[in-house]
Design a protein around this ligand. Structure first.
Ligand code: BJW
Ligand code: ZN
Length: 247
């Protein structure tokens, strides 16, 4: 059976109402209910590849067509879907916190742009965005239509074009990770939503928040790698649990 009542505590509701600073980390699970496959759950066209095999510069240089094909496919998926009630609830939470003078920051590992499409404003993209790409030789940004066509080479120098995302072994955008770390360190309530929390440095953010005294909550149907450090777990889907929590 299903438990009766919401899968979160009165304590969490009270703390969220009182919180001056709320910070959130999201991962692929928040977009799952929109129809975007996650990386490590067992379904989807590209699940025969592990992200570690495709999301690195060696894989790209080895087989640019394969890696670009993966991104072209994912761009199409993202274009064809809509933000879900989980994204919308986080946008509402931001409104709610900022309207009463509080601080809010949403750090996402996702490259799909769905948080902004749902109305979130204070968003940092820790792993970049698939909507942009640039030349690995001359750094020139590819124009939007070239990115959409999945153009493999740079129009100005003929170099290989890659998506503006962060692959394994690459640094995260400095301003993005710094803002996410500051928000985690100052948060009263920290939500980790839809992430397996295996990829660092993003997975270190809830730990940082906990060490700095935040009430740290995970929203995920399955325990993540950081389940041990949480103050509370909400074992449910983001698109169901978050709207209940925010309303
Ligand atoms: C639901 C749901 C529903 C399902 N509702 N939930 C410290 C220790 C060990 C290793 C390292 C370390 N520090 C750095 C490293 C190396 C490496 C790393 O972390 N490796 C680990 C795998 C061991 N990190 C890096 O290389 C990073 N760079 C770096 O550290 O630079 C400094 C440096 C440079 C050089 C040398 C050394 C250090 C960069 C990491 C970049 C990650 N990039 C990717 C691809 C991005 C582009 C793209 O999208 O293609 O980012 S990999 C992939 O994983 C993607 C994701 O953002 C990321 C995280 O995945 P996520 O979002 O958690 O998805 P899943 O699928 O894993 O989980 C989904 C979850 O949702 C599950 O839990 C489900 O249960 C849940 N769920 N339905 C709510 N409805
Ligand atoms: Zn170029």
């Amino acid at each position: 059976h299903q438990p009766v009542g919401p899968p979160f505590s009165e304590t969490l509701v009270r703390r969220l109402r009182r919180a001056e600073r709320v910070a959130v980390l999201t991962g692929a699970g928040i977009s799952a209910e929109s129809g975007v496959p996650t990386f490590r759950d067992p379904d989807g066209l590209w699940q025969k590849f592990r992200p570690e095999e495709l999301a690195n510069v060696e894989a790209f240089l080895d087989n640019p067509e394969l890696v670009q094909g993966w991104y072209a496919h994912r761009r199409q998926v993202v274009e064809d879907v809509e933000p879900n009630p989980g994204h919308v609830a986080l946008a509402e939470l931001e409104q709610w916190v900022t309207a009463r003078g509080g601080e809010f920051l949403l750090a996402t590992q996702n490259v799909d742009g769905l948080h902004r499409r749902a109305g979130s404003e204070r968003v940092v993209e820790l792993h970049g965005s698939i909507t942009r790409s640039h030349c690995i030789e001359c750094s020139a940004p590819a124009d939007a239509s070239a990115t959409e066509r999945g153009a493999l080479t740079c129009e100005s120098c003929g170099g290989l074009v890659r998506p503006d995302v962060v692959w394994f072994g690459e640094m995260l955008p400095e301003a993005a990770i710094a803002a996410a770390q500051e928000a985690a360190a100052l948060a009263d309530v920290y939500l980790s939503v839809g992430t397996s929390a295996v990829v660092y440095p993003a997975a270190g953010l809830p730990q940082l928040a906990r060490q700095a005294g935040a009430y740290v909550v995970e929203v995920n149907p399955i325990p993540s790698d950081i389940a041990g450090l949480l103050n509370e777990v909400v074992r449910g889907r983001a698109g169901e649990a978050l709207p209940d929590l925010v309303r």
